[in-house]
Unconditional design. Structure first.
Length: 347
């Protein structure tokens, strides 16, 4: 399975899905779903008193794959869902509460289903969409590959950007399973909006001054960045790295006048790498992940700007089983070891 991600802010990563069989339910509340596969096409019908109140019928797309997953089958607490079965066997329908005992229930939504695994544990399949802070790009890309190796029927779709941009997209209805923020402030925006329950802190990060390799401008601390002779870029104040930069400036008693304020640390780092700016404030992990394209300068006031990273499975996750499994990986000893290798501290 390949890991898919994009670092742009266009938001709705659910577009252009490449699943071979996808169901989109356009009708109203359904009392019971009936599913089957005929000639490679997933056929779904609705039975019971709540049939398609809107009068619209479900649509199915043909696919050569032997597995199909029902999407958005649960509506307003009616949790009857249908999961595709292998080969041309009919999908199974389960009642309120998802799978019970050893039955194979689906984790409805944009491609996720949970089937009974040996020993009663829920197996994970389908697409798991993860919205994560841009500073997590390298570490989460590796973790996504590990996740896909652990769950052969699943794939991870990663969307990276500034945490403030991501939470705005989520509050606007963008479909996602997991949200990982670079600070607690933006995570609070998601939980206060009712998008998620209690997040779990999984990492911490501190700032470093990013400069060109060899540090040709001989920058030694934040006071140098306040010089009019240097071009400095920072993250925008609403972005976690920008908020941290403000705290560091205050601690150092300096006022940095950046030539630009970027929406994520990746954009700041790019301007240093390309020579558009002499210096910028980014996370230590970003300097480490740059692979020699930039150098890092430590400064004492970074201790006043330590960010804690929280992660949460979203309440309306299209793939709740996949969301829970990904959060579990990130917070596990294995996940913590990966994060440590990329320079993250303990939460």
């Amino acid at each position: 399975m390949s890991v898919r991600h994009r670092a742009t802010a266009d938001g709705y990563v659910g577009r252009g899905r490449d699943r071979t069989a996808e169901l989109q339910w356009a009708g109203g509340r359904c009392g019971r779903l009936l599913a089957g596969v005929t000639a490679g096409i997933l056929l779904v019908g609705c039975a019971g008193s709540g049939d398609a109140a809107s009068g619209e019928s479900p649509t199915a797309t043909a696919g050569a794959s032997s597995t199909a997953t029902a999407g958005h089958a649960a509506t307003s607490g009616a949790t009857d869902t249908a999961s595709g079965a292998t080969g041309s066997a009919a999908g199974s329908a389960v009642g309120s509460g998802g799978s019970a005992g050893g039955s194979a229930g689906s984790a409805g939504g944009s491609g996720g289903s949970a089937k009974a695994a040996p020993g009663g544990a829920a197996a994970v399949s389908g697409v798991v969409t993860v919205y994560a802070a841009a500073s997590l790009t390298a570490s989460f890309t590796e973790l996504a590959k590990t996740f896909e190796q652990q769950h052969k029927g699943a794939s991870v779709r990663l969307s990276f950007d500034g945490s403030s941009t991501l939470v705005t997209q989520l509050r606007g209805g963008a479909p996602a399973d997991v949200f990982a923020s670079a600070d607690e402030k933006n995570m609070a925006k998601a939980t206060d909006a009712g998008l998620a329950g209690d997040p779990v802190a999984f990492a911490s990060n501190t700032l470093q001054i990013a400069v060109a390799p060899g540090n040709p401008k001989k920058i030694t601390g934040l006071k140098d960045l306040a010089s009019s002779e240097l071009t400095t870029v920072l993250c925008a104040p609403e972005v976690p790295c920008g908020s941290a930069a403000g705290a560091a400036e205050k601690a150092a008693g300096v006022d940095i006048r950046p030539v630009s304020e970027e929406q994520n640390v990746t954009a700041v780092l790019t301007k240093i790498e390309t020579g558009e700016a002499d210096a910028g404030l980014v996370y230590k992990t970003d300097v480490s992940s740059a692979g020699g394209k930039v150098a890092g300068v430590d400064f004492p006031q970074a201790a006043a700007a330590v960010n804690t990273y929280p992660i949460v499975a979203l309440n309306d996750a299209p793939n709740p089983a996949g969301a829970a499994a990904f959060v579990e990986l990130v917070t596990s000893a294995q996940g913590q070891n990966v994060l440590a290798r990329y320079g993250f501290g303990k939460p």
